[in-house]
Design a protein around this ligand. Structure first.
Ligand code: PSV
Ligand code: MN
Ligand code: MN
Length: 388
C-alpha cells in the first residue's frame, strides 16, 4: 500500500516556481502574437504570477530574468511580491541578447566582452542580495557555428574563469545553478551542451554550484530521469526548468507532450527524497505561451506538475522494492504503472478544498474576471524574450 497520509503531507508543501517571462508576449522567430492584457512591467508580471498562486496554492515564487525585469529598486520589487502573497525566487542572468555577444559571452575570445558578461553576472548577484534570492541561474548561449571558428579548450578555460569569479562573489546561502543545452543558438559546438559538462564544472566549483536540468534541452530519446537520478545521487541537482518538447527547445507546457516522462522524473525525485523542501531542489517552469493565454497556461502547467508529483508519491515503495529485490520485472513495472494510471484529480481537488481553494483552478480563474480586467486596464504589453 502506498502511504496516502505521507503523500498528502508532501503535496501540501509542494512549491513550483514560475518564470516572469511566461506572462509576457512571446512567439517564434516567425511571429509574436500579441495578447490582450499582457504585463507592461515586472510588477504586472508579478501580479499575474500571484494569480497562479491564488488559484493553485502551490506557486509561491516567481523567477526574474535580468534585464527583462530590470527595475531601479529590487528590494522594493520583492516587497511588492510579498504584498501579493508570493516571493521573488531565482534570478536568471541574460548574456545572450546583446550585439557584443555575437561570438559568445563569458567564453568570447575578446576579453572586453568577457568582462562585460561577467559584470552582468555579478550584477545579478547584487539583485539576489536585494531580493533575498537563493539561486542564480546561468545559461550560456556560447558556442561556435563552424569547425575551426574558435579553440574549444580555450573556451572552456574562459568559461571556468568566469564561473569561479561568480562563485567567489556568492554570499552564504546563495547558489549558482548551471544550465546546459544541447544546441541553439550555436549550431556546431555549445560550451555547456550537456549535464556532464555542467557537472564537471560544478564539481570544480564546489558546494555552491549545482546543475539545473531543463527538460527541453536534450537530444530526442534522452533518458532524462537517469540524469536526474545520477545528479541526485551525487548531490548536484540544483533544480529543474520544466517544460515540454516535441522537437527541440519548444518551451511548451510541462506534462503536455509527455506526461509519462514527467512522472518518471518525479518518481526519481521522490525516490531520492528530493521533493522535500530541505533537499533544496528548485522546481521551476521555463515556458513560453505563444498561442495560448498565459495565466491559464501557467495554471495548467502547475497542475500538470502537481499531478505527476501526486502519482509519483502514490508509488507503493515497499512493493516496488520487494519486486525489484525478487527480480520480478513485470511486478516492479506494474507497481509503477499502477501509480501512473491512478486518477489523482479527485485527491488534488480535495486537498485544495482543505486549503480553502476552489477545486478546479482553471474554472476558478476563468470565473474570477481577472483576464477581462487586465485586458481592459493594460494597453501595450512588453515582449518577454521569446525564442530563448
Ligand atoms: C535557454 O533556452 C533557456 O532555457 C534558459 O533557461 C534561458 O534563461 C531561458 O531559456 C529563457 O527563456
Ligand atoms: Mn531553461
Ligand atoms: Mn530553453
Amino acid at each position: 500500500m502506498s502511504d496516502i497520509t505521507a503523500a498528502r503531507a508532501a503535496l501540501r508543501q509542494q512549491a513550483v516556481e514560475l518564470p516572469s517571462w511566461a506572462f509576457g508576449n512571446s512567439g517564434t522567430r516567425f511571429k509574436v502574437f500579441a495578447q490582450p492584457g499582457v504585463p507592461r512591467s515586472p510588477e504586472e508580471k508579478i501580479a499575474d504570477a500571484a494569480q497562479v498562486h491564488r488559484f493553485t496554492g502551490i506557486a509561491p515564487k516567481v523567477a526574474l530574468h535580468i534585464p527583462w525585469d530590470r527595475v531601479d529598486d529590487y528590494a522594493k520589487l520583492a516587497e511588492y511580491a510579498g504584498e501579493l502573497g508570493i516571493e521573488v525566487g531565482t534570478v536568471n542572468a541574460n548574456v545572450f541578447q546583446d550585439d557584443d555577444y555575437r561570438l559568445g559571452s563569458v567564453a568570447n575570445p575578446d576579453p572586453r566582452v568577457r568582462r562585460k558578461a561577467l559584470d552582468h553576472l555579478l550584477e545579478c548577484v547584487d539583485v539576489m542580495d536585494a531580493t533575498g534570492s537563493r539561486d542564480l541561474k546561468l545559461w550560456f548561449s556560447d558556442g561556435t557555428n563552424y569547425p575551426g571558428q574558435d579553440d574549444i579548450r580555450a573556451r572552456q578555460d574562459r568559461l571556468a574563469e568566469a564561473l569561479e569569479a561568480v562563485r567567489d562573489r556568492l554570499g552564504d546561502g546563495q547558489r549558482m545553478l548551471l544550465e546546459y543545452k544541447l544546441f541553439e543558438p550555436a549550431f556546431y559546438t555549445t560550451d555547456v551542451p550537456d549535464w556532464g559538462t555542467a557537472y564537471a564544472h560544478c564539481l570544480k566549483l564546489g558546494d555552491k554550484a549545482q546543475v539545473v536540468v531543463d527538460t527541453g534541452h536534450h537530444a530526442p530519446g534522452t533518458n532524462i530521469e537517469f540524469i536526474v537520478a545520477f545528479l541526485l545521487r551525487e548531490g548536484r541537482l540544483g533544480g529543474f526548468d520544466f517544460n515540454s518538447r516535441f522537437y527541440a527547445d519548444d518551451d511548451l507546457m510541462v506534462g503536455a507532450a509527455d506526461p509519462f516522462q514527467l512522472f518518471r522524473i518525479m518518481h526519481e525525485v521522490v525516490c531520492a527524497g528530493a521533493h522535500e523542501p530541505e533537499a533544496g531542489v528548485a522546481f521551476m517552469l521555463d515556458q513560453c505561451h505563444n498561442i495560448e493565454p498565459k495565466i491559464p497556461g501557467q495554471i495548467r502547467s502547475v497542475m500538470n506538475a502537481q499531478e505527476a508529483t501526486a502519482k509519483a508519491l502514490l508509488v507503493d515503495a515497499e512493493a516496488l522494492a520487494a519486486a525489484q529485490a525478487a527480480g520480478d520485472v513485470l511486478g516492479a513495472n506494474a507497481v509503477l504503472m499502477d501509480a501512473y494510471d491512478t486518477d489523482v484529480r479527485p485527491l488534488l481537488a480535495e486537498l485544495r478544498g482543505e486549503q480553502g481553494l476552489e477545486p478546479d483552478p482553471m474554472a476558478a480563474y476563468a470565473a474570477s474576471g481577472y483576464a477581462e480586467r487586465i485586458a481592459a486596464e493594460r494597453v501595450g504589453g512588453t515582449q518577454a524574450g521569446w525564442g530563448a
